[in-house]
Write a protein that binds this ligand. Sequence first.
Ligand SMILES: Cc1ncc(C[n+]2csc(CCOP(=O)(O)OP(=O)(O)O)c2C)c(N)n1
Ligand SMILES: [Mg+2]
Length: 357
Amino acid sequence: MNSMASQVDDIVRVLPGSEDDHGTRAAELSDAALCELYETQVLARTFDEKAISLHRQGRIGTYAPMQGQEAAQVGAAMALRSSDYLFPTYRDHAMYLSREIPLSEILRHLMGRGNYVDRQDPEGLRTFPITIPIATQLPHAVGVGMAADYKGEEVAAMASLGDGATSEGDFHEALNFAGVFEAPAVFFCQNNGYAISVPRERQTASATIAQKADAYGIEGVRVDGNDVLAVYDVVENALERARRGDGPTLIEAVTYRQGPHTTTDDPNVYRDESECEEWGCPLERTREYLETTVGWTEADDEAVYEDARETVQQAVEIAEAETDPDPETMFDHVYAGDHPRYARQRRRLPDEPRVER
Ligand SMILES: Cc1ncc(C[n+]2csc(CCOP(=O)(O)OP(=O)(O)O)c2C)c(N)n1
Ligand SMILES: [Mg+2]
């Protein structure tokens, strides 16, 4: 385990410019898999831009942009096996792209038209819906991981969280419990510099988030969150450890939220926008790597962006063609069965509830 002082500088990097010898798992990736790591980031960026525009037109509700965090989200989600569990947050739209959840389902959720969980067999549920309350998904991930372990399944449960989530009681309870019971859990923290307007330095006096792992007796790793290969490498390693019963890991992916907290936030009020430039673009870093390794060309790039635009457009058309769900379905999936309070709540439901768009 690293000491506090060394953890500040000790950050895993793989993409060129790094002198580290990490990246053994990423080195095993095929050319096709390397390209997929980039293509999924392009799809994420294209979706993000479209979602912001849809919000401005009043076609979706409040949206939390992920610009700048694509490499962290894609690298982490790609390391998961389909049998592993994922608990994402409201900003993790790119994570769904590697989990075979259609984009139209993400949009339906943002339109207030239910989400894929309503249409999925609960037994097969591996990717949980986004969590808006901060850190509540962390104890859930620990519990689901432990349950899978009791059943003898060799799977891991990964929960995504932000830097701000580390101040919540649920964060401490989840890590403590996971440590004591050696739960097959991976806590993937995207330290994007801010919790709404609160900078990371005002969130915690710890020099790093990764070092908080020491307090719970679990592994802690700090990774360059804008280096998609390093993220993939570190997350894959942590998932493997969890699956084989070697215990949980807290990963701090150091990245930067390029956009506002949500479409209803104005970051100019609390930060200098020149900060954004210092962080560079994770997509550009991945593309430059592909240019030197698999001979990625300008034409390849144009084709991928064109494909992404088409995929996003189709998803918008599918989602907008859907009708609103029956309001009664809001009672589904809260409890396994019927609940005594449901009858009264159902009676109170207006005949024709309307959402003004
Ligand atoms: C329990 C709870 N408290 C407060 C909020 C309001 N809130 C929404 S997002 C947010 C900041 C979270 O920051 P961070 O964990 O860094 O994630 P990021 O938004 O940067 O991805 C807060 C405080 C909430 N959603 N849930
Ligand atoms: Mg944050």
